[in-house]
Structure formats: structure tokens, C-alpha cells
Design a protein around this ligand. Structure first.
Ligand code: JFQ
Length: 291
């Protein structure tokens, strides 16, 4: 599937509709007040809207990346599930997620020493810094080092380098495509230190069962421990999204460390209880993942 199959003509009568061949026959629509930014970068069409009820919304190639209304659910879980599963996360790599939200969440962990951040499209970073300061504040952290380029190529050159790698990708159509291949996951594994953990954007158990099965299969084959978490994101297709995880040692389905009261007070979604609950999956998914 190529990104020119996506219907980019999605604003009509004041409503944005997300229409995509990856979830045929269904469209999520949000009421729009204003288009704040609309440009084609080297890699993709970038649109930033002011919605009427969900704050600002970032859209890439016609696909909703986040709204200010519910971005915290995804960013918190993408960061805190792997970071709390690891007993002592110090060196972190983030691939994708130019909005900076996952960086903001990682930054809340005082023991993290270094965060490498690799994003293919620097235009997404610039737009987020201009219009989404509550997410792009992640870039203010002095531990963050930004690398502009292809995540697949970046990771190939890294061996035994990271405790945690987080892949905050867009969907497997367009620039995110390479991040859903087994060879990429092999690179992630080699880039981990002993006992390292990966967490990748795992699509939806309702809308993309084929991708969920593929990603779970790859991680099961390559890693010692594999787990799949399901989280609520009302403005993603199906209202939910998964996080596919692999570990070279630590178990994933419960936190390895206690959360400080200071950190817990900053969060809206993640708690030690929801960490455990996120891995409890409906029966049809349990069966799917066993196949
Ligand atoms: C937000 N930091 C990244 N992640 C957005 N269909 C993806 C956006 C598109 C969705 C899947 C998640």
C-alpha cells in the first residue's frame, strides 16, 4: 500500500474525516474551527487543525496523529510501560514521534541519562514546536539529542547501546512502512543492551488484526519475553491502540520499580495498576496471539 492511496481531501463543511484503506468503511470525524498549518514536507502532507472540542490536532497524510484532548494516554503508556518494566533505564532511543510527547514523558524519569531521538521528518518537529508547545516541551530536556534521518538506518549502526527503545511510528503506509519489518526489529534487538526492552506502536486489535499478529509474531521470535498491551485513545481508529513489547530479560506485564508520588502526580493515565491491566486482553485476542 502506498501513501497516495490515502484520501487527502478530508475536510468538508467544517468537519475533518479520517478515511484510510487500513480501516475501510469507517471514518472518525472531528469538528474543525480553523486550519492552522497545511504544507507538504519532503515526506508527507502535514496539517494542523484547531478543532472545536478536542484542542489542536496533528494530521499526517490525512491520518490523525494526536489531539490535545487525549494525547496523554498514548504518550504516557508508550513511555512508562517500558521504562517501568526496566529496573534501571539509563540510555534510551526513541524513533519517530516528532511531536515530542513521548520525549516529554521519558523526561519525567530522573534516572534516565541520555535520550537519542531519531525522526525522519524535521518539518514535523518544527510544526510541533510552533503549535504544540505542551508536547514539544520534550525537546527542552538537555538529555535529548536529536538525529534527523531514517530510523531503520540509524538503528543498524547501533550495537549494545540502549536499555529501552521506543518506536513511536505512524501507520505502515507512507514513511513509517520500514518500521514494521522483521529486519528493523532485528536491528532493534542488536541495539539493545543485555536486559533491554523495546516498545513499538502496535496498531489496533479491532482494526488491524493482521498487523497485531505480525508484530506479536516477530517479537515472539526474536525476544525472550513478549507482550502486547491495549490502551484507550478515543481519537484513534476503533478508539484503541496497542503497544507491542519485547524484552531480553525483564518481565513486562508488571512494573519492576515503584513509582514516586511526585511522578504519579504528574500523570493522567499511567498507574502501576493500569500497567498490569493493559496486558489483560479479550479472549479473541488471546486466541489470535496464540496462533
Ligand atoms: C504520536 N506521538 C504518534 N502514532 C502517533 N493510526 C500513530 C498515529 C496514527 C495512528 C497510530 C498511532
Amino acid at each position: 500500500m502506498t501513501n497516495n492511496m490515502i484520501n487527502l481531501n478530508t475536510v468538508k463543511n467544517g468537519w475533518f474525516s479520517e478515511i484510510c484503506p487500513m480501516w475501510p468503511g469507517v471514518a472518525l470525524s472531528l469538528e474543525i474551527m480553523e486550519t492552522l498549518y497545511s504544507e507538504k514536507s519532503r515526506f508527507q502532507q502535514i496539517d494542523l487543525y484547531q478543532t472545536r472540542h478536542h484542542g489542536k490536532m496533528l494530521v499526517l497524510d490525512g491520518i490523525i496523529q494526536l489531539t490535545e484532548f487525549d494525547e496523554f494516554t498514548y504518550q504516557e503508556m508508550m513511555a512508562h510501560l517500558p521504562l517501568f518494566s526496566h529496573p534501571d533505564p539509563k540510555n534510551i532511543l526513541v524513533i519517530g514521534g516528532g511531536d515530542g510527547g513521548v520525549l516529554r514523558e521519558i523526561g519525567r524519569h530522573p534516572q534516565v541519562a541520555k535520550i537519542d531521538f531519531c525522526e525522519i521528518d524535521e518539518a514535523v518537529i518544527a510544526v510541533s514546536k510552533e503549535f504544540l508547545p505542551s508536547l514539544a516541551c520534550g525537546y527542552d530536556d538537555p538529555r535529548v539529542k536529536v538525529h534527523i534521518g531514517d530510523g531503520h538506518a540509524f538503528v543498524k549502526n547501533k550495537i549494545n547501546a540502549y536499555d529501552v527503545i521506543i518506536v513511536d511510528s505512524s501507520d505502515p503506509i507512507g514513511p513509517g512502512e520500514a518500521l514494521f519489518k522483521k529486519s528493523f526489529y532485528e536491528g532493534l534487538k542488536n541495539a539493545l543492551k543485555p536486559g533491554g526492552i523495546i516498545a513499538t506502536q502496535g496498531e489496533s486489535i479491532f482494526m488491524h488484526q493482521d498487523w497485531v499478529v505480525t508484530l506479536a509474531g516477530i517479537t515472539r521470535e526474536l525476544f525472550l519475553v513478549q507482550a502486547y498491551a491495549n490502551i484507550c485513545v478515543p481519537t484513534y481508529p476503533g478508539g484503541n491502540i496497542g503497544i507491542c513489547m519485547g524484552s531480553l530479560g525483564p518481565e513486562l506485564v508488571r512494573p519492576a520499580r515503584q513509582i514516586s508520588q511526585i511522578l504519579q502526580d504528574q500523570l493522567k493515565y499511567y498507574t502501576p495498576q493500569i500497567h498490569k491491566a493493559a496486558f489483560v486482553l479479550p479472549h479473541f485476542v488471546e486466541k489470535l496471539l496464540k496462533e
